[in-house]
Design a protein. Structure first.
Lengths: 299, 273
């Protein structure tokens, strides 16, 4: 199947400053891709180029087989800007009816869309009276109009409470299952961990790492950490047999090892038998991986 | 077309909520009634009906008020969207920038049309009240309404142009007031100064008519006064108008709205959100 979004060797310069350098990316139908990076890493710039809002300096971009910003591309791409804003004098329903008509869809769907994002009761109130989270949900509702093939979501969960975030990701899963590609950026690393197929780490306009979470873990070669709870009176003898281990103030013992030594260490620990009462294995988190890759560029 | 109509519908609703419809209509009715009251004073028998006289007074009012109202309604159109942050999302929709401006223009033209029709209508009622012959002035009144709408459309386009150029509502407001002063007030003063100083022998017959036609506000005044002159209502006031053929001022009035909109679209296209 052809990809929904193809970017090859994209470079964007603002005067002498390079905001993006040699970025390449392919997003297949149904794929969810997370874009991670510090403020100013180039996430929003990249999204605006994909949407055709700003031109690229170099490189090729194809959005649903068309040029970014062309009528064909715009008809198939939905966008949620960071801090979605609307005219405060309009009600949520009026705003959505307008967006539906602009996309050539029946305006009668507005109520349904608002209900899907939990705004049924606020539909007839002016957007000026909405909270930030509610405005964000109006923004989400408009991205659901007319089965877009690509959703570009800039910090989509900012301003949403944890429950709404969970609902939001459930909504995205549904869209991806129907074949929509999703490109989203986020600061909240833990939530993209479980919810995306591919993670891109962007730093200073370059892709520092790309792949699934497992790929990134392998590339980063970060240590796996074991936490042991020793049985009564065995803490000292365990500390002696495990070189490099640390005794925590909680009385537990922590030890880390490289990925490939993981199984061997596990075997040794299980060999301690009744001298330990519990064991936790913690793989490196996305936070660890992210700071590993962004540290590499000296940030 | 559906998209333009939808944009127009939304803009009209916003203008209704922001009280712009009420403000524009209220202002026009108020000023028109004040003029009608002032014109109701006995002026002796001039051989024309009361409404025709009212229309001449209304022309002088419209030439100031209609451009002002139009600029006030339009200066925020693009700059406001930039400031609120609503523009990037709008531009990712399958709607052209020209379509966005056309929708806004349609809504604002309708609002201006309502305001001038009700305003002039109020003055016309007052004329009918005192003069049963006032029906003879109806064609002049209708001409004033549609030319006012054309004049308004021109200045709406100018407003969008300034709004796109400045990208900030405060800057756009300043530019709009400046443009109003320049085209509606200072332009005529400048021409008058040139005429009085006797610049060049051929000025009054050569460059002056062209300069008057080049300014949409002057073209509006020329057209209405020249047309009124044919019924003798404007008296000496139409002197300048008489030397310029009616079709020329009509052409200027009809072309300016398109020119202003084309300039506005060109400036809007240059905006990178």
């Amino acid at each position: 199947m052809t990809s929904t979004l193809t970017i090859s060797h994209l470079t964007k310069r603002f005067g002498p400053v390079a905001a993006l350098t040699d970025v390449s990316l392919t997003v297949a139908p149904g794929q969810r891709v997370a874009l991670l990076g510090h403020n100013g890493a180039g996430k929003s710039t990249m999204m605006k180029i994909i949407l055709g809002l700003i031109p690229a300096s170099e490189g090729e971009i194809s959005v649903c087989g068309s040029a970014p910003g062309s009528a064909q591309a715009r008809a198939q791409v939905a966008y949620l800007p960071e801090n979605a804003a609307f005219h405060p004098a309009l009600t949520g329903e009026e705003q959505l009816r307008h967006y539906l008509r602009l996309r050539g869809e029946a305006p009668g769907q507005a109520q349904d869309l608002l209900a899907r994002v939990g705004l049924r009761d606020a539909a007839k109130r002016r957007i000026g009276t909405y909270s930030k989270g509610m405005r964000q949900r109006v923004g989400l509702a408009q991205t659901l109009i007319g089965h877009p093939r690509l959703l570009v979501l800039d910090e989509p969960t900012s301003g949403l409470d944890p429950v709404s975030r969970r609902d939001f990701y459930a909504l995205l899963d549904g869209l991806a299952a129907e074949g929509a590609s999703i490109l989203l950026s986020s600061h909240v690393l833990t939530e993209v961990e479980a919810r995306t197929d591919q993670i891109l780490i962007l730093a200073k306009g370059r892709i520092e790492a790309a792949g699934t979470l497992a790929d990134l873990r392998r590339q980063a070669e970060l240590p796996v950490s074991f936490t042991l709870t020793p049985a009564e009176g065995y803490a000292e003898s365990l500390m002696e047999s495990l070189t490099g281990a640390q005794l925590l103030s909680s009385g537990q013992i922590q030890i880390s090892c490289r990925q490939e030594e993981k199984l061997a260490l596990l075997k040794r620990i299980t060999g301690f038998g009744p001298r330990i009462t519990d064991l936790d294995v913690t793989p490196p988190s996305l936070e660890d991986i992210y700071s590993h890759f962004s540290r590499r560029t000296g940030q | 077309m559906r998209r333009i109509l939808s944009t127009a519908g939304i803009e009209f609703r916003i203008a209704l909520r922001n009280r712009w419809v009420a403000i524009a209509t209220g202002l026009m009715v108020l000023f028109a009634l004040v003029l009608a009251a002032a014109g109701a004073a006995p002026t002796g028998d001039v051989g024309v009906d009361r409404l025709s006289i009212t229309v001449v007074s209304l022309t002088s009012l419209a030439v100031y008020l209609v451009p002002l109202l139009a600029l006030l309604m339009s200066f925020d159109a693009v700059a406001g969207e930039v400031e609120r942050g609503t523009l990037p999302l709008l531009l990712t929709y399958p709607v052209s920038r020209a379509g966005v401006l056309a929708g806004k223009l349609l809504a604002h033209v309708v609002i201006l049309g309502i305001a001038v029709t009700l305003g002039y209508g109020a003055a016309a009622m007052a004329a009918f009240w005192t003069d049963p012959d006032a029906a003879r002035g109806l064609p002049a009144l209708i001409r004033l309404i549609w030319t006012s709408v054309l004049l308004g459309a021109t200045f709406l386009g100018f407003g969008y142009l300034l709004s796109s150029l400045s990208r900030r509502p405060s800057g756009a407001a300043g530019l709009a007031i400046g443009l109003w002063l320049a085209l509606v007030v200072l332009y005529d003063l400048g021409l008058l100064a040139l005429v009085v100083s006797g610049a060049g022998g051929g000025f009054a017959t050569g460059a002056l008519p062209a300069l008057l036609l080049a300014n949409p506000a002057d073209a509006f005044r020329l057209f209405n006064l020249a047309a009124a002159d044919s019924v003798g209502a404007a008296g000496g006031m139409g002197g300048a108008a008489a030397s310029i053929p009616l079709w020329q001022s009509a052409l200027s009035l009809a072309l300016w709205p398109f020119a202003a909109l084309i300039l506005a679209v060109a400036a809007f296209r240059k905006i990178t959100p």
